[in-house]
Design a protein. Structure first.
Length: 57
């Protein structure tokens, strides 16, 4: 639950500051895109990172 406090505050403050629901929606979309991009990169390149770590030993 504490993980969601910061994004919720950002969304709430952006809505109160702009009085427009589009702004927090765009921020939320960018946040989701960042999370999914990080997930994609970690899944696709996990084998290469593990092999590099083993070779470094």
């Amino acid at each position: 639950m504490s993980l969601l406090v910061l994004p919720a505050l950002v969304f709430g403050v952006s809505y109160e500051y702009t009085d427009n629901i589009v702004v927090p929606s765009l921020i939320h979309g960018f946040y989701n895109a960042t999370l999914f991009t990080g997930l994609y990169v970690s899944v696709v390149y996990a084998d290469q990172a593990a092999q590099s770590a083993l070779l470094a030993l």
